[in-house]
Design a protein around this ligand. Sequence first.
Ligand SMILES: Cc1cc2nc3c(=O)[nH]c(=O)nc-3n(C[C@H](O)[C@H](O)[C@H](O)COP(=O)(O)O)c2cc1C
Length: 256
Amino acid sequence: MHTTIFYYTGTGNSLWVARKLAELLGETELVPIAKYPEIIPQGTIGLVFPVHMWGVPAPVLRFVEALRPGRPEYVFAVAVNGSQVAATLVQLQKVLAEHNLTLAAGFGVVMPSNYTPFGGPGPQEEQNRRFRLAEEKVRYIADKVKEKAGLPVEKGPFWQSLLSATVYKLSFDRVPQMDAQFWVDDKCNHCGICARICPAHNITLQEGQPVWNHQCEQCFACINWCPQAAIQFGKNTAQRPRYHHPEVSLKDIILR
Ligand SMILES: Cc1cc2nc3c(=O)[nH]c(=O)nc-3n(C[C@H](O)[C@H](O)[C@H](O)COP(=O)(O)O)c2cc1C
């Protein structure tokens, strides 16, 4: 069974899930969504991506829009989240159906949160617990994918679906401009890593300082990977911990 997993990631959680699945499934190619490949879906197709604001991130939707007509044998998705998967997979299922694709199964995997303004990843013990459970869940997903199982997509409780229907929808068009809240403090040593890891190429350097150009995808790679923790978002991030998946390196993210 040849599988292609298309992944999108800011801080490596989704990349880690995609890699583990590839290992368990065998014969699997990993393709970053950030490169917007125009593909003809065939064989087994997986989409692995983070939940953003209780829904599917725009780059993943653009990827689906760009799919050329094809007849994949089996399509599955994994929405990697910080414990609120909400109606993300229901949304994806509908979008895929508009492109004549059936999402046969949609799984949530809970990982430490990379949303720094709300506190970020939490205590190390809780992060470790999530890593352990995520590993188990990925094994379960791989078994189901091997069986080509048809399963109802996973979703959160009703109150989370309400957030998908309200906050996600209301904020979606404003996401690219939300980068107005990013700023750098005087720890910035002008290394330029933020510009290199931004999947949207939204960061340029002016006199060595990062400038966000309002095409942000809100993946939060820049704030979390800055080696000096010099990037801030709004007023409350200075004391908040930064996060990336411990088994994913800066190089992996630059190459994605
Ligand atoms: C802008 C933004 C919005 C987020 N919204 C949600 C959310 O609605 N529900 C949730 O459970 N996690 C949310 N998260 C957390 C991420 O989904 C989670 O940390 C994910 O594992 C990150 O994956 P990545 O490392 O592959 O980017 C959000 C993160 C960001 C940056």
